[in-house]
Design a protein around this ligand. Structure first.
Ligand code: ASP
Length: 439
């Protein structure tokens, strides 16, 4: 077996955390390639180094003095180096960074230094080779990730070394300029390295023991998920569950490499396995619940709408013309409802309404705001009778009015719309009926 291990910012925030990471890596020879994030928060009120870098560079860009801010960033790294008793100086690196900031090397370059410097420290600490991600991870002229070139260069490079550290979050454009993925992108790097190295497992180490069935800010100590499929994860992440970057599943998914989410602070915990498919039944009928507030519904009524060919297209065109994407479109006989993100829709509301009148000529248009959407996801639902009825019974008992119901054809999820103010109660009610009382 061989593994790629990625460690998140909180796992590398201090020398103490670095030591835990070192122990984890040394405990298992199969952990061959390491992808570090930049140092994260040491406590709740702390600032991530990535955010410090963005702020520092913003000053440089405005031509202001940034010496104090850069010194504070350097101090974060020096504290780690000192705590690990390493014979390593980053003086030259910081001189280069200062020079490049003055020459306005760009905010992508600035942010990437967080991972770059942490990678240098990690490689020195482990005695592993350091591979600058800008030499092995590539974006094309348009700024899109170049999967083919990256895989060719990176796999050839990794073949030459048994152990290496590849910093997360960034790569290079064809002209060599540094470019980052979106925030949290070290997860993506980990997945890319796992694919290129052809390992058996991609371990993603963070500060929680995997995915929880529901958001711990709403449910007190929710149970964790042992095994989840890529598909289920996609549904839950889309609805706001965030442990892993959304794009991180794609490179490994193509290769059938499972991801294991693990906790640096509790390495014995099994964590969550993310797999392509599994015969393992989830403990409960549902695998997870997630949701988001802040949607609007635009209810469009027109007599005989169901027999008017092209009506749906015209309605959606009114949204497309304003650059608004829709989330769900449940329809009735003479009605059609479009769910959109409130913050995207709000400023263009009247243009959309005008477009609807012009294109679809409806009888009435009625807009409702502050709606929350909740997804109840589970591969077990397909073969189970009564899942929907349990969801609805739980909500009814809690006096929650359901505004929308949508079950995808995959039968792996049920999406329910409730008002924003019922959001937390609804999640608690669903969690309760499936996980606590298990009726
Ligand atoms: N350090 C970057 C961020 O804060 C990337 C990462 O941690 O994955 O977004």
């Amino acid at each position: 077996m061989s593994k790629v291990v990625k460690f998140g910012g909180s796992s590398l925030a201090s020398a103490e955390q670095f030591k835990k990471v070192g122990d984890i890596i040394r405990a298992d020879k199969e952990r061959m390639y390491v992808v570090p994030s930049a140092p994260g928060k040491r406590s709740k009120d702390d600032t991530k180094v990535t955010d410090m870098l963005y702020a520092c560079y913003a000053l440089a860009e405005e031509g202001k003095d940034f010496a104090k801010e850069l010194k504070a960033i350097k101090a974060r790294y020096e504290e780690i180096i000192k705590g690990l008793k390493l014979d390593l100086s980053l003086n030259d690196e910081f001189k280069t960074i200062e020079k490049n900031f003055k020459e306005k090397a760009g905010s992508n370059y600035a942010a990437s230094r967080g991972e770059y410097l942490n990678g240098i420290i990690m490689a020195a600490y482990l005695g592993y080779e350091f591979i600058d991600a800008a030499t092995v991870i590539f974006f094309d002229e348009k700024g899109d990730f170049d999967a083919v070139k990256t895989n060719d260069v990176l796999s050839a490079r990794l073949k030459k070394c048994k152990n290496a550290v590849v910093p997360g979050f960034y790569g290079a454009l064809p002209d060599g300029t540094v470019k980052t993925f979106s925030r949290g992108g070290s997860d993506v790097t980990g997945s890319i390295v796992a694919k290129a190295a052809g390992v058996d497992v991609y371990e993603n180490w963070t500060d929680v023991s995997g995915f929880m069935i529901a958001d711990p800010r709403i449910i007190d100590s929710p149970e964790s998920i042992d095994v989840i499929t890529y598909k289920e994860l996609r549904e839950l992440s889309y609805m706001g569950a965030s442990v892993l970057h959304e794009d991180a599943i794609f490179p490994v998914r193509q290769e059938g490499i499972p991801i294991n989410i693990k906790n640096t602070n509790a390495p014995e915990d099994k964590g969550t396995w993310i797999v392509g498919s599994t015969c393992q039944k989830s403990k409960y009928v549902i695998t997870g619940i997630a949701g988001k507030k802040g949607f609007c519904s635009i209810n469009i009524e027109k007599d005989m709408m169901n027999s008017e060919i092209g009506f749906g297209r015209k309605v959606l065109q009114a949204f497309e013309e304003q650059g608004i994407s829709f989330e769900h479109v449940p329809s009735g006989i003479d009605t059609m409802t479009v769910f959109v993100h409130q913050d995207e829709f709000m400023h263009k509301e009247q243009q959309v309404v005008a477009g609807l009148h012009r294109l679809a000529n409806p009888d009435t248009i009625d807009i409702e705001s502050d709606i929350a959407l909740i997804a109840v996801v589970g591969r077990g639902m397909k073969s189970m009778r009564g899942t929907a009825s349990r969801v609805f019974a739980a909500l009814a008992h809690n006096h929650i009015n359901i505004k929308m119901i949508d079950q995808g054809s995959s039968e792996q999820n049920i999406i329910i719309g409730v008002s924003d103010e019922d959001f937390e109660t609804a999640i608690k009610a669903i969690y309760d009926i499936f996980v606590i009382t298990r009726i």
